[in-house]
Design a protein around this ligand. Structure first.
Ligand SMILES: NC(=O)c1ccc[n+]([C@@H]2O[C@H](COP(=O)([O-])OP(=O)(O)OC[C@H]3O[C@@H](n4cnc5c(N)ncnc54)[C@H](OP(=O)(O)O)[C@@H]3O)[C@@H](O)[C@H]2O)c1
Length: 327
């Protein structure tokens, strides 16, 4: 089959479409003919050689895809040849075919094309997991979402608003702030010109946010702690602004009864990913069909333009998802 391959780690130009072996299909797996694959920040790290796939996962880049079931393993019960599915993957999305445990696949909502579906899995499952399973978000609470216009951010804003919450976001351009407002964000902070700590405290009558979804890490750590409410939860999903802090006064944790949680979805066990997929589908899939929730898509490119897709994401220009059309 054809797949995006690279011989050595490096910039976007190391990637090209080449050949890779067709994946094995286990007893409970489905072989999916991929029509579209979502691009994720982790793909860039993998291409640079910093984020190897977990043991047993495909070495091909790509954490999510949408396509049609081509073949089912002998123990499969849920899907038939020709069904339209999407799923998160530990790897293998930038290819013509992928083999995936049938319990990780979700049916593509009615009216959604493959590109829409390829833009949903990774960011909505991540936002759902971060808000509810890790951040213990409760109806009506206040969530501060950093990188609000990112794929994960645009999903998190929608989930918070769908649960009567208050969404406060940070982003780095006026266009990104406007996009977040359109999704329902209540308070938007242009972090290049404004102090998010001040704005968050002002917007919450000095109390702070109940949950923070952070992808910046060190650069935001102290301010995050300052603008968490009592019993607040800080969920760290990425470290785009550094991984080391010089000092930290632990008494903050005691005085405000805070929790700090870090996580990566890709490294989670198969059982965990299946349970997350099931909980997400049950709660939300119908709400995509009704139009309440939607993937925010920045652009869809043919996978021949995978280099351009990675350059755009590395340049921080995308609002929402970049999707590759696979042929
Ligand atoms: N742990 C997990 O399980 C998990 C799962 C999925 C994704 N993630 C991580 O979550 C993050 C968002 O993913 P995504 O695919 O949604 O990303 P994305 O769409 O590429 O958006 C990332 C945005 O973050 C902002 N940013 C970049 N560097 C920054 C910095 N140093 N300080 C502040 N903002 C910065 C930029 O927007 P501005 O213009 O607003 O600065 C950029 O466009 C990524 O780091 C990804 O690796 C983690």
């Amino acid at each position: 089959m054809k797949a995006v391959v690279f011989d050595k780690p490096g910039g976007p130009d190391v990637m090209h479409i080449g050949q890779a072996p067709l994946p094995d299909v286990g007893e409970g797996d489905i072989l999916v003919r991929i029509h579209a694959a979502g691009v994720n920040r982790a793909d860039i790290l993998q291409r640079k050689g910093f984020y190897p796939p977990p043991p047993g996962a495909s070495p091909i880049i790509g954490l999510e895809m949408a396509g049609e079931v081509e073949r089912t393993g002998p123990a499969c019960r849920r899907w038939n040849t020709g069904d339209r599915v999407f799923a998160i993957l530990p790897g293998g999305g930038y290819a013509q075919y992928v083999s995936v445990d049938e319990r990780l696949a979700m049916g593509i909502p009615k009216g959604f094309d493959f590109s829409d579906a390829a833009a949903m899995g990774e960011v909505f499952l991540t936002a759902f997991q971060a808000l509810y399973w890790l951040g213990e978000f409760q109806t009506g609470e206040r969530a501060l979402i950093h990188a609000g216009a990112s794929g994960v951010g645009t999903a998190a804003i929608q989930l918070v608003k769908a649960d009567s919450g208050t969404a406060l976001i940070t982003a780095g351009s006026d266009e990104k702030l406007a996009a977040c407002r359109n999704l329902g964000a209540d308070t938007v902070v242009h972090y290049r010109h404004e102090d998010f700590q001040e704005k968050v405290l002002e917007a919450t009558d000095g109390e702070g946010a109940d949950v923070i979804i952070d992808v910046v890490g060190a650069d935001y750590f102290h301010k995050n702690i300052e603008c968490l409410a009592m019993d607040g939860r800080l969920v760290i999903l990425a470290l785009m602004g550094g991984k080391k802090i010089d000092t930290f006064d632990l008494s903050w944790l005691m005085r405000k009864r805070l929790k700090i949680i870090g996580s990566t979805l890709r490294s989670r066990s198969l059982d965990y990913r299946i349970a997350l997929t099931r909980a997400f589908s049950k709660r939300y899939l119908a709400r995509f069909e009704s139009g309440e929730l939607k993937p925010v898509i920045d652009r869809v490119l043919s996978w021949e333009r995978v280099q351009e897709a990675h350059s755009a994401m590395e340049g921080n220009v995308n609002i929402g998802k970049i999707v590759l059309r696979v042929s």
